[in-house]
Design a protein around this ligand. Structure first.
Ligand SMILES: [Zn+2]
Length: 51
C-alpha cells in the first residue's frame, strides 16, 4: 500500500503516480540496503495530468 494513501492509478498501480512508486522503492531500499555515498535529495513533485 502506498504511503501517500492516494487513489492508485491503473498505470502506476498500486501507486498513484510514478513519483510515488519511486519513493516507495527508495524507502525499502534504504531499509534493506545501505548505499555508501552522498545522499541525493531531489524534490521531485510531478503533477497528476488529467486522467
Ligand atoms: Zn501515491
Amino acid at each position: 500500500m502506498p504511503v501517500c494513501r492516494k487513489k492508485p492509478s491503473a498505470e502506476h498501480a498500486p501507486f498513484c503516480s510514478r513519483g510515488c512508486k519511486d519513493r516507495d522503492l527508495l524507502r525499502w531500499l534504504d531499509e534493506g540496503y545501505r548505499i555508501p555515498g552522498p545522499k541525493a535529495d531531489a524534490g521531485v513533485d510531478s503533477e497528476d495530468s488529467g486522467g
